[in-house]
Design a protein around this ligand. Sequence first.
Ligand code: PDD
Length: 285
Amino acid sequence: MTPSPRIVYVNGTYLPLEEAKIPVMDRGFLFGDGIYEVSAVLHGRTIDNLPHLERLDRSLGEIAIKNPHSINEWIAIQDELIARNGLAEGLIYIEVTRGVYERDFTCPPDIAPTVVMFTQAKPFRDNPLAKTGAAIITLPDLRWKRRDIKSTALLAQVLAKQAAKAAGVAETWMVEDGHVTEGASSTAFIVTRAGEIVTRELSTSILPGVTRRTLMKIAANLQMKVVERAFTVDEAMNAAEIFFTSASTIAMPVVTIDGKTVGGGTPGPVVAKLREMYFEEVENS
Ligand code: PDD
């Protein structure tokens, strides 16, 4: 059987990945001057997608790139790309850069943004790691000060993820002023021994996670107490449960931090319940 080519989207055209080209002078390539979003796809359709497209619009606005598409246009392109790739479960990626211009830190405000989109097949519904729990490490947060913007300039996260990989663990939690900011590509949560779900309050220090928001709503509906405040690594080490959330992991229990067993060494009931309810909601919506 000949494998069908992977189809990507570049500026209005669907084409095989091998044929897709981005100009050398694209500012996304030269400066990391762009915004991205990642939505999950389950059973061939996007889940929890609207808040991702709203966050895309907000991030673009914050760095003065004109959003080239309406929400409905984005959804139509996403659906078409999912269909063309026959994607059942995985991720859909959107990147919008400021566009192409001779290399210069500044450029005219009206150059046309570059849009690139692709899908990635990646089963996450029945991720075996969610049953055993993940290991993480902690490292200083080296990022810039506008982490609420989903910028494609991800060097600090790349280094944090490479360190995680070298340590043989799934994620790095980044620490600043003695407190956890967030994961390299996820939101950080603990459940205290008193049963409170704790995650950092929204600010320019962290990305406003879409999965964070949805799981907080689910927790509130289950009468679970959610507190938004910063916490220390020590608190996490002594918490009843530890987990992280993102579009690609949903809710992932953590069982070791920096090589030390935490949360009793097994995934706890709160994260298991939130994960279960999340899939129940998205699968029945
Ligand atoms: N990352 N914090 C950071 C720094 C992230 O990069 C992400 C997501 C999150 C979780 O956000 P959400 O729940 O909206 O996915 C938090 C994506 C998945 C990525 O970079 O691939």
